[in-house]
Design a protein around this ligand. Structure first.
Ligand code: ADP
Length: 301
């Protein structure tokens, strides 16, 4: 089984011809309410790919929280261990998209920042039942660090999707089996400016020297790089018409986890995940764009 510890957000998306200036009120075009948050996106992605997924996280005691839980449940995620925080509101992101497709976003983490050690300690048995533990950085980093420590003590394979990027302590790094940054996240985590593909390799090697066992660096439409201390291998992305890249990284991570748990090789897992990512960018929104297993199996470039 797969255990995800991470965030849930309701994305409140307004579409407008142009952004309002400060102090101005304008009439926009459309409003959508789309489940998001990297933790929930990755959990939903894996459930749609037929993974057996349990999620640990927090929402507030409000309607957004109930809607987010309901949506994950509908996708087949085990939501029994998502708590309602007594004090904090459900995480939200207000997203404004203009006529050129540019967006500006405000995130209020709310209950996501309430996820703490207790959420791990109360659910130790879930670690025993799981093979892979996956997390991101939209919950407190101390909680992630503790979670990966417990996971390694339980013999789990640990994956950290380090988004949004933060500098990682040695105590966190030493418990990561697979790190999955995109290019900008890799820059922040390695502290190295990246100008070209050689720099991606150099920055990845810096992290391997610090104790990360394997990395997959995602490079958008350029594909991805797999690297460990012995091997480096570049994978191309599938060629598709991208309309919205939201959640591409999330679904890609989900694809990797589901393949690995099915016993596939890393090469096969990356190919599968690249199809998942490609299908995701063909649709708008976060969880609204995540593909289902049969779409991957029938995918043709
Ligand atoms: P993030 O969303 O975290 O920035 P990326 O944009 O790197 O992640 O996307 C993750 C993966 O999804 C890529 O490695 C690639 O396989 C796939 N992908 C992303 N954008 C595209 C695209 N425009 N066309 C095809 N595949 C894509």
């Amino acid at each position: 089984d797969i255990l995800v510890i991470g965030s849930l957000n309701m994305d409140l998306v307004t579409v407008t011809n142009r952004m309002p200036t400060v102090g101005e009120t304008i009439i926009g075009k459309r409003f959508d309410q789309i489940p998001g948050g990297k933790g929930a996106n990755q959990a939903a992605a894996m459930a749609r790919l037929n993974g057996n997924v349990t999620m640990i996280g927090r929402v507030g005691e409000d309607l957004f929280g109930k809607a987010l839980i309901e949506s994950l449940k509908k996708d087949g995620v085990n939501v029994n261990f998502i708590k309602e925080d007594k004090k904090l509101s459900t995480g939200i992101a207000t997203i404004t998209v203009d006529g050129d497709g540019n967006n500006s976003i405000i995130v209020i983490p709310g209950a996501n920042y309430g996820v703490d050690k207790d959420d791990i300690d109360e659910n130790i048995n879930l670690f025993n039942k799981s093979k892979i533990v996956l997390s991101q950085l939209e919950i407190p980093i101390d909680t992630v660090e503790y979670c990966l420590k417990i996971a390694k003590e339980n013999g789990n394979y640990t994956i950290l999707n380090p988004a949004p990027a933060k500098v990682l302590s040695y105590n966190l790094i030493k418990n990561i089996d697979l790190l999955t940054p995109n290019e900008t996240e890799l820059e922040i985590i390695s502290g190295m400016k990246i100008n070209n593909f050689d720099d991606v390799i150099k920055a990845s090697k810096l992290l391997i020297d610090k104790g990360v066992k394997e990395l997959i660096v995602t490079l958008g439409s350029e594909g991805s790089l797999y690297i460990n201390k012995d091997i480096e291998k570049k994978f191309n992305a599938y060629k598709v018409d991208a309309v919205d890249t939201t959640a591409a990284g999330d679904s890609f991570n989900g694809g990797i986890v589901v393949s690995v748990i099915e016993g596939k090789s890393m090469d096969e897992a990356i190919d599968f995940a690249s199809k998942v990512g490609a299908l995701t960018v063909m649709k708008e929104g976060a969880q609204s764009s995540l593909p289902y297993r049969d779409e991957i199996d029938n995918f043709k470039e």
